[in-house]
Ligand binder design. Structure first.
Ligand SMILES: NC(=O)c1ccc[n+]([C@@H]2O[C@H](COP(=O)([O-])OP(=O)(O)OC[C@H]3O[C@@H](n4cnc5c(N)ncnc54)[C@H](O)[C@@H]3O)[C@@H](O)[C@H]2O)c1
Length: 325
């Protein structure tokens, strides 16, 4: 499997370094409009550097192209990759609006190529465990969920993140991880209500989703948080609670309540699953899907649905009303 990477910033480096380590995968080139970034990543990974997508595509033969450019360029690049007949791995968010996202999926389908979107939270071991425990009925029927994801403003380092027309802001860029995870775990969404505090230093959003199942999820996203980056999720069900908090050393905890619990009403069963880098797991999975012809854990249509929920949250902020989906 031959892979090329477009964009050698933060995520492009993650992708290229992962591909360079994988067996049966050859990183055939990396490109960036800032040539020094491409050159230094190429040196580190033993591949070729290019100063543009066109130069790279005319020089290398790739089966898959990873698109890790700023979000406002995803559509343009994904459509070019699909037109060249290559499979695409695109970072999240798939696009900045639902129309663009759906067009990207259709263009990939029309060109017979796969489009994978990097909703990496599905590949975090603790989040995968939460989903697994809920699916197995360990906490009964979920009634209420909470999630948060907070950290420094990425726009302090990379200016394009502060331009909402380029990044989508904290809901579309950051909270979309939790939105996708909630939808994966709790099903389709009935309505969305949101509020935010937005200025150049702080982009904070609080989003409440009501699911068709009747469950409610509250999500917080915060760019400009003065502490360290962290994330947490908690699901309360009729038979117990499952929670994860990246600030805790033991990040995954499950508590079972009721008659089946040992030694009384409430027993805690801590688990610490072997932790693999979620980006390794995600990218290996996408490559495996192409090689073995299997459906990915997260489809491009899932990415469109997550973006649609994020867009509904933005509409709710504009109108001050809940948005029905
Ligand atoms: N999955 C995750 O956990 C995660 C984390 C961070 C960022 N992201 C996403 O990854 C994407 C990239 O974010 P980033 O933080 O790496 O950005 P970045 O600014 O660090 O890197 C983007 C790179 O793309 C290059 N570039 C711009 N236009 C180009 C073009 N036409 N051709 C080639 N290169 C071009 C830029 O010069 C820059 O080096 C965004 O969509 C972001 O939302 C995902």
């Amino acid at each position: 499997m031959k892979i090329a990477v477009v964009g050698c910033g933060g995520m492009g480096r993650v992708h290229a370094l992962e591909f360079a380590k994988m067996p049966n995968v050859e990183l055939v080139g990396v490109c960036d409009i800032v040539p020094e970034l491409a050159e230094s990543l190429a040196r580190q990974t033993g591949t070729s550097a290019f100063a543009s997508f066109d130069a790279m595509m005319s020089s290398v033969k790739a089966d898959i192209v990873s698109v890790a450019v700023p979000s406002y360029l995803h559509k343009e690049l994904v459509i070019q990759v699909a037109a060249a007949g290559k499979h695409v791995i695109c970072e999240k968010p798939i696009a900045l609006n639902v129309e663009d996202a759906e067009e990207m999926v259709r263009v990939c389908e029309a060109n017979g190529v796969q489009l994978f979107v990097g909703h990496v939270v599905r590949f975090f071991p603790e989040y995968a465990q939460i989903k697994h425990q809920i699916d197995a009925g360990q906490i009964g029927k979920v009634g209420v969920a909470n999630a948060k994801r907070v950290g420094a403003h990425p726009g302090n380092v990379k200016a394009w993140y502060k331009d909402t027309d380029k990044s989508g802001g904290v809901i579309v860029d950051l909270m979309v991880h939790d939105i996708d995870f909630m939808r994966w775990t709790l099903g389709e969404v009935k309505s969305v209500y949101a509020m935010n505090k937005y200025d150049d230093d702080m982009d904070y959003a609080l989003v409440t989703i009501v699911f068709e199942s009747g469950a409610v999820a509250n999500m917080e996203g915060f760019w400009g948080y003065p502490g360290s980056f962290h994330y947490a999720a908690e699901f309360a069900g009729t038979a117990g609670l499952v929670q994860s908090d990246s600030l805790k050393a033991q990040s995954l905890q499950i508590r079972k309540s009721g008659a089946e619990a040992d030694g009384g009403n409430f027993v805690e069963i801590p688990q610490s699953p072997g932790y693999r880098n979620p980006y390794t797991v995600e990218l290996e999975h996408f490559i495996g899907c192409i090689r073995d012809g299997i459906e990915p854990i997260v489809t491009a249509w899932d990415a469109c649905r997550a973006l649609k929920i994020a867009a509904a949250a933005q509409e709710s902020i504009r109108t001050g009303k809940a948005v029905l989906l």
